[in-house]
Design a protein around this ligand. Structure first.
Ligand code: UD1
Length: 420
């Protein structure tokens, strides 16, 4: 099994180019199932999850290619609408094929998903949303069986809880449903907006993207298009935190600072200097400036992203004072806490909150995580720890970060990937 060995090597300095967002690319690839025309996505990150999803589309009979950050999909001749356990169990986002398949073919059989081990992560909102659009849903031998023989029909759906995935799935179903669909309490993440813009370029009629009410007028069919995937705000945020932790000066390029207000504000409060242009962010922690403790609470966008919670906590372990991290999106998303503690961090967890008391030094250790963002937080901690940190089981990490080792090394970090 592969691991990353990191050695504390002082401040990071340089430039890091941000890739397209995994969490936008995944639903966008599923949107390729909505049309019989050729469909092209550019700025796609080369990650395990992307390749897993393309394999899933191939298993339906779609033709796909992935080269030079460009994905091409031709879903003209679909021969199967069953998403088998073997592929779906590797990645939770596979459930996003459900909406497009039912909308275009009137049926889908999708294994119940797997993915990171962060809480129970049900798919009830995806299923009740599809039912509201007229699909008949059965759960049978670990598979979701959805049928809509006469097609889907528009409806007013109020999500009881904000869900990124359910909003995406139902949007992709509603664009081909008959009549109007209104989604209330919809997610507002930039990845939702990106999906909606792509669907519009395919001929869908959608209003309210970025608001919590999205209105969709169904159309009979969608055509192909070419769409560039939005920049990965979580990747950008991760490197911003790395720069701050190491006391360096890093310019993050090809990113969307306007999607990162919820991180920029607490980082500035922590004493980090941040300057932005339309597509770059410069992060600097001046010499002698200690990181000040601040409190954060994860919330749906535009709140603080749960996908940056572990990284921000790693930063707080080095702060002056004590900061409270409250996780409101996922239960069981503090798996990095015992691992950071192995490196000398002082953290007390009580229910959904973790109190982080800053320390002067972290120490390298053997650590391991079973969640993508938790894993990267351990790499960040390793960048500033005394000695070597072995981040074991990087399977999940490689699902989400394109060229992590190269990008950090180019700024002076000392780390390598090794196969055990
Ligand atoms: C997406 C992101 C993930 C991010 C999360 C929250 C992708 C591929 N993944 O995950 O990186 O951490 O948004 O920003 O885009 N829930 C239900 N029932 C459902 C669906 C969700 O109760 O049917 C709950 C979840 O358990 C969780 C909350 O709603 O507590 C939010 O989950 P959701 O926004 O759906 O996350 P994902 O789309 O799975």
């Amino acid at each position: 099994m592969a691991k990353i060995i990191v050695e504390g090597n002082g401040p990071l300095n340089g430039k890091i180019k941000i890739s397209g967002a995994k969490n936008a690319a995944l639903p966008l690839i599923c949107a390729g199932l909505l049309t019989a025309d050729p469909f092209t996505l550019t700025n796609v990150p080369d990650l395990r999850d992307i390749n897993t999803l393309l394999d899933l589309l191939k298993s339906f009979g779609a033709q796909t290619s992935f080269k030079d950050s460009t994905v091409k999909i031709d879903a003209k001749d679909i021969t199967s609408t069953t998403a088998e356990y073997d592929l779906v169990s590797q990645m939770r986002a596979s459930v996003l094929v459900l909406g497009p398949l039912v909308a275009r073919f009137g049926k889908a059989r999708v294994s119940l998903p797997g993915g990171c081990a962060i809480g129970s992560r049900p798919v009830d909102l995806h299923l009740s949303g599809l039912e509201a659009l007229g699909a008949k849903i059965d759960l049978h031998e670990g598979y979701i069986e959805a049928t809509a023989e006469d097609g889907l029909k528009g409806a007013h759906i109020t999500f009881p809880k904000v869900s990124v995935g359910a909003t995406e799935n139902i949007m992709m179903a509603a664009v081909l449903a008959k009549g109007q669909t209104i989604l209330s309490n919809a997610a507002r993440e930039p990845e939702i907006v990106d999906l909606g813009e792509c669907l519009k370029a395919m001929g869908a009629k959608i209003k309210g993207l970025g608001d919590d009410t999205i209105i969709i007028e169904g159309v009979d069919e969608l055509h192909g298009c070419e769409h560039a995937v939005v920049a990965d705000r979580i990747e950008a945020g991760t490197y911003m935190i790395a720069a701050a932790m190491t006391g360096g000066n890093v310019t993050i390029t090809h990113c969307r600072p306007d999607h990162l207000d919820a991180l920029i504000t607490p980082m500035k409060l922590a004493g980090i200097m941040i300057e932005t242009t339309a597509d770059t962010i410069n992060v600097e922690r001046p010499k002698g400036q200690k990181i000040q403790a601040v409190d954060i609470m994860t919330e749906p966008y535009p709140g603080f992203p749960t996908d940056l919670q572990a990284q921000f906590m790693a930063m707080l372990t080095l702060s002056e004072g004590a900061g409270m991290v409250t996780e409101t999106i996922f239960e069981n998303r503090f798996m990095h806490v015992p691992e950071l503690a192995r490196m000398g961090a002082h953290i007390n967890v009580h229910q959904a909150s973790a109190l982080v008391r800053g320390t002067d030094k972290l120490k390298g250790a053997q650590v391991m995580a079973t969640d993508l963002r938790a894993s990267v937080s351990l790499v960040l901690a390793g960048l500033v720890a005394e000695g070597k940190t072995h981040v074991n089981r990087i399977y999940h990490l490689e699902r989400g970060y394109e060229n992590l080792v190269d990008k950090l090394s180019a700024c002076g970090a000392k780390l390598k990937r090794v196969n055990d």
